[in-house]
Design a protein around this ligand. Structure first.
Ligand code: ZN
Length: 271
């Protein structure tokens, strides 16, 4: 039975909203080294547990007008924003690609990247659970791809898919490591964390090397543009830290939707 596209997009949005709710927990707890499973969500001011009916993505925040039911203290706008963004991006994935295995890969990566973008902006940390965990998830999802099993040499094919994915991740990581070493050699201090290296490796495992390189290019362009704008407006100086992981993550999300047409357009210059 075929599921109508509008129904699929609607349900993917609901799944995205729920995943976004869990993502908020990860964003808050992972950089602090806390468990993401226990305890239940609590108000950060009065420490009371939040009941399920006050924990409906986006809606609860709107109904409560952004304040805790018990103590009346403000609940960060970040919660409904992360939930809405996850819902919208999951829906966009299904709308863009349809219901395919690739959509699962795209949505998984977008979930991780959205979380990493916010965590890096808030704390300058990119937890391994998301970067290296995501790398593992990408390899697993590629190897488990159902369409591979219909062929005769299925096992050797799956092994070769795993090898290719791991190689793409290693190549991307190596490129960023070399850049990092070069920067340290020239400027005598670190310009980039190892988290950024693991993050790009994860993006390469999900998207392949060409789109990962495009992601890096877009991230450098955006980070440079914003740095220059801040310097010109006097809001920053030459040593102001920038959460480069946030730029990588945002560019990776953009690459899901516009990456292939962009690469195609670029390839058109070299007939
Ligand atoms: Zn409270």
């Amino acid at each position: 039975m075929m599921i109508p596209e509008s129904v699929a997009v609607f349900f993917s949005c609901i799944v995205g909203l729920l995943c976004g709710s869990f993502l908020n927990v990860c964003i808050l707890r992972l950089p602090a080294g806390e468990s993401i499973l226990t305890p239940r969500s609590r108000c950060r001011h009065c420490r009371r547990a939040i009941p399920a009916f006050d924990n409906i993505p986006v809606l609860s925040w709107l109904i409560l007008r952004g304040r805790c039911r018990h103590c009346g203290q403000e609940i960060s706008r970040q919660y409904p924003l992360v939930e809405a963004a996850t819902g919208a991006l999951f829906a966009a994935c299904v709308w863009h690609t349809g219901l395919h295995w690739q959509t699962l890969l795209d949505a998984t990566m977008i979930f991780l990247l959205l979380g990493l973008a916010v965590m890096d902006a808030r704390t300058f940390l990119l937890p391994d659970a998301f970067t290296l965990g995501g790398l593992g998830a990408a390899i697993a999802l590629r190897v488990l791809q159902p369409s591979l099993s219909q062929r005769i040499s299925s096992l050797s094919q799956r092994i070769s898919v795993a090898e290719h994915t791991a190689l793409a991740a290693m190549a991307a990581a190596l490129l960023l490591l070399l850049t990092r070493w070069l920067y340290r050699w020239l400027r005598k201090h670190d310009g980039m964390g190892l988290g950024d290296v693991k993050l790009l490796a994860m993006i390469a495992a999900f998207l392949g090397l060409p789109l990962a390189l495009l992601t890096l290019f877009l991230a450098v362009l955006a980070a440079a543009g914003i740095s220059i704008a801040q310097l010109v407006r006097g809001r920053a100086h030459a040593k102001t830290m920038l959460p480069f992981g946030s730029f990588l993550a945002a560019s990776g999300i953009a690459a899901v939707f516009i990456g292939r047409p962009l690469l195609h357009w670029y390839a058109g210059f070299f007939p």
